[in-house]
Design a protein around this ligand. Structure first.
Ligand code: AMP
Ligand code: MG
Length: 279
């Protein structure tokens, strides 16, 4: 049984049916040991992705404040090479970004072949925060689901593997995390009064997330809902989903690299042979 819930295209999803506290029946120590193995495997897969240069990987992280977007990126990508990945945070759009279509700033951050792009928030904010706070009229944001699906299709047709994670926390766990930040001096830098205000719109956010997840889950760019009240389990579930997504490509990448190695060896031998004849 996979640890996270992979959403299926065309299927209804109710976030309230998914337990944010799930732990997969594991103890924390066991979960951490499994995470270590999986993140090492992710490191190997990244090396193959990079070297083969036939595909790229786009990983999207979305979730309510404190759900752990930063934390899971740190924990899951700790055996991958910084040379092969780029992390792009998406904040409130700048005036220049706002003067373009909503995908403009996102498209420039998509991964080239061999690379991983990790989105900390994403183009989905344009159907989430924008909808919840009515930053654009419905006539504008409601057209974006189709634009997103077409955009992601374009990326997939260009050999980008896409995985999108919704980090699912409960409002109670969020409250606890916000209070912890107030109590601990080392965590206080993360405090933002706006987070308390955002909490008031929790149910509107859940409605917006459900629709976005449902309408933008496709065979080529699935959403994965990750129980995130337990940080160790969240990290494990993200790592497992990523590794399982990439494993089927391993053989193709290894074969491409072997073939390239053989071709180079042949070329080296031919070059030596020629020089030998010339010398
Ligand atoms: P943080 O992730 O805590 O650094 O906060 C980034 C903030 O930028 C969040 O409050 C997001 O909702 C906001 N944000 C990101 N993208 C957009 C967008 N397209 N429109 C409006 N706000 C956004
Ligand atoms: Mg924040």
């Amino acid at each position: 049984m996979p640890f996270a819930t992979r959403v299926h295209p065309g299927k209804k999803i109710r976030l309230s049916d998914i337990d944010p506290k799930a732990n997969g029946g594991l103890e924390k120590a066991d979960g951490e040991a499994q995470l270590e193995k999986l993140s090492l495997e992710l490191g190997e897969l990244q090396e193959l992705l990079y070297a083969a240069g036939t595909h790229s990987l786009l990983v999207v992280f979305q979730g309510m404040d404190t759900a752990g977007k930063d934390g899971s990126i740190r924990a899951v990508f700790n055996h991958t090479s910084p040379l092969g990945q780029r992390i792009s945070p998406f904040k409130v759009p700048t005036p220049l970004e706002r003067d373009h279509d909503f995908l403009w700033r996102v498209h420039s951050q998509t991964p080239e072949k061999g690379m991983i792009s990790i989105f900390n928030r994403s183009h989905y904010e344009d159907v989430l925060v924008v909808r919840v706070h009515e930053l654009a009229p419905k006539a504008v944001w409601s057209k974006r689901f189709e634009h997103i699906n077409n955009f992601e299709r374009l990326l997939a047709d260009s050999d980008t593997i896409i995985v999108k994670f919704y980090l699912h926390i409960s409002p109670e766990e969020q409250e606890q995390r916000l209070l912890d930040r107030e109590r601990e001096v080392e965590k206080a830098w993360k405090l933002s009064a706006a987070d308390w205000v955002e909490r008031r719109s929790w149910s509107k956010y859940m409605t917006a997330y459900e629709e976005a997840i449902q309408r933008c889950t496709t065979s080529y760019a699935p959403w994965i809902v990750v129980p995130s009240d337990r940080k160790w389990f969240r990290n494990l579930a993200v790592a497992e989903s990523l590794v399982e997504t990439l494993r089927p490509y391993r053989k193709g990448w290894v074969d491409a690299l072997t073939e390239r190695g053989q071709a180079e060896l042949t070329a080296i031998r031919a070059a030596r042979g020629e020089r030998g004849r010339r010398n």
